[in-house]
Design a protein around this ligand. Structure first.
Ligand code: C2O
Ligand code: CU
Ligand code: CU
Length: 539
């Protein structure tokens, strides 16, 4: 029985969407009054393993194939692979280089990197480096497709037309500016930006959510000398943690409610998943509820929520006494904070990153410390565990000043104020359910916003349900949230901000870097695929 009662519906999406479309924001806000999540949970059809048995995997660091003229050159093959994610269960994945997560790329600030991707998957793909300050031609615009071999011949889609005319946009949507390529594409990233944890993922128009779900995501770390000199925990005491939720079908494959399981022509998901697809298995670096043995010392935990729609509220629980233990936050999406902030819990929306330091010397050796999600229920409350196995020397520190280069834009610096609503609505000729920015669904052929290079702007965003809003190219400061001061987790330079139901935020940003066509969108991946994306032209 995989319907009805076994499928917990966190938000009654089918009904809520219809009601929102018909009744507007008031009703939607009423329906959605601070639910823990936006989306519906798929229930796995295979037995799930007990928690904290599988060791935490650490993604391989990719080696450059060459270094020419100060540029590191990498190659990645996008291909299908089989992995044993749940013990004893074989799962087909779409991967970067054969693994999920894909290999990690380690870079230095200002040292350019070229990654040549080769698409051996059965569908077109697009690579985007999330949080990267990247020229438009390498930013992974959703119609800049890398076509698999023979795609043009079999489907006649080799013309920059993303969905073959049969998609929910009502057909006929063309993008004259699309730059497609056959089989391979070289993406160049100058990485002239603050050091931080970036991630790369698929960004194909209308099909981003299922492609990421199948495994197309990896990490890309940028470092510099100033950060290295701080003395933060490093080496084996710096752990990347890519958190995702997934569900498994009876045959071991990843379950996902696509309308077109081949992901070729018809985008979208079936009801009741229109507000977001949640899984009942929590993976960290691709392993279910893993465990990691640690020294009694400080660890730097670089956390990314790569889930499509699930939100987390992270907390560290000491198994010994059941108490929640405090930790320090040293960085956010776009690098180091000005100074460390102490938290006992920390929200993490899709695509957000937190750079954390947890001091395991403050619990007795032998203790298990669990990382939990206070927004989860049942098995989804657990994320992973750390087992403190030995006393050890610790030369690391968390300096009181972490960075001095955060932009200090003020309200008065903004030369323009823009307002955007993020709401459910109807889209396309058929009037189907969708998610809209400013009342409109994404259209690659329409420029929604034109900004001038170098301008500081104030953006005011308002949401009906949860919408983690992401801007390409630029980092921003959160100026206000709900008309008040930002929350502690809004500190630093962000590229994704989590709007909660009915909430508004004000952002300040400066459009720096490159001219060209960029995007902003909701990073609930299902919302993104169902219209909640807009074009931004930097001139
Ligand atoms: Cu992480 Cu436009 O995306
Ligand atoms: Cu991005
Ligand atoms: Cu959204």
């Amino acid at each position: 029985m995989r319907d009805g009662l076994t499928r917990r519906r966190v938000l009654a999406v089918g009904g809520a969407l219809g009601a929102m479309a018909a009744g507007g924001l008031g009703l939607a806000a009423g329906l959605a009054r601070h639910p823990a999540a936006t989306g519906a949970e798929l229930r796995s059809a295979v037995p799930l393993p007990p928690p904290y048995r599988v060791p935490l995997p650490l993604p391989e660091v990719l080696r450059p194939v060459a270094t020419t003229g100060g540029t590191d050159r990498y190659e990645l093959v996008q291909r299908e692979a089989t992995a044993e994610i749940l013990p004893g269960v074989r799962t087909r994945l779409w991967t970067y280089g054969g693994t999920f997560p894909g290999p990690t790329i380690e870079s230095r600030r200002g040292r350019p990197v070229t990654v040549t991707h080769r698409n051996e998957l059965p569908v077109p793909t697009v690579v985007h480096l999330h949080g990267g300050r990247t020229p438009a031609e390498s930013d992974g615009y959703p119609t800049d497709l890398v076509l698999p071999r023979g795609w043009g011949a079999t489907g006649g889609h080799g013309d920059g037309h993303p969905d073959g005319g049969t998609g929910h946009h009502g057909g006929g949507m063309r993008d004259p500016r699309a730059v497609t390529s056959e089989l391979t594409r070289a993406y160049t990233f100058p990485l002239d930006q603050r050091p931080t944890l970036l991630w790369y993922h698929d960004h194909r128009m209308d099909f981003t959510a299922p492609a990421i779900w199948r495994g197309l995501a990896g990490l890309h770390v940028v470092r510099d000398d100033a950060e290295d000199a701080l003395g933060l925990p490093a080496g084996p005491r710096e752990l990347p943690l890519m958190i995702t939720d997934r569900a498994f079908a009876a045959d071991g494959s990843l379950d996902y409610p696509s309308l077109d399981p081949a992901l070729r022509t018809r985008p979208g998901v079936r009801e009741p998943y229109l507000a977001g697809v949640l899984g009942d298995v929590i993976l960290v670096n691709g392993a279910p509820w893993p465990v990691h043995e640690v020294d009694a010392a400080r660890y730097r935990l670089r956390v990314l929520n790569a889930s499509n729609a699930r939100h987390y509220e992270l907390a560290f629980v000491d198994e010994g006494d059941g108490r929640i233990r405090e930790f320090q936050q040293v960085g956010s999406d776009q690098g180091l904070l000005a100074g460390p902030v102490t938290h006992s819990t920390l929200p993490l929306a899709p695509a957000e990153r937190h750079d954390l330091v947890f001091d395991f010397s403050r619990v007795p050796v032998g203790t298990v410390v669990r990382l939990v999600n206070r927004l989860g229920s049942g098995r989804t409350r657990d994320v992973m565990a750390f087992r403190v196995t030995r006393r050890a020397r610790d030369d690391s520190r968390v300096p009181r000043v972490l960075s001095t280069d955060l932009p200090d834009w003020r309200r008065a610096d903004a030369v323009r104020v823009r307002d955007f609503s993020f709401r459910a609505g109807r889209m396309g000729a058929d009037g189907g359910h969708g998610w809209l920015i400013g009342g409109r669904a994404f259209d690659p052929a329409r420029t929604d916003v034109t900004v001038r290079l170098g301008d500081v702007e104030l953006w005011r965003l308002v949401a009906d349900v949860h919408h983690p809003v992401h801007l390409h190219l630029t980092g921003f400061r959160v100026l206000t949230r709900g008309g008040r001061d930002p929350l502690p987790h809004d500190a630093g330079l962000k590229d994704t901000v989590s709007l909660r139901p009915g909430e508004s935020v004000e952002l300040l940003t400066r459009w720096d870097g490159y001219r060209g066509r960029y995007l902003f969108h909701c990073h609930n991946a299902e919302h993104e695929d169902m219209g909640m994306m807009a074009n931004l032209e930097v001139v």
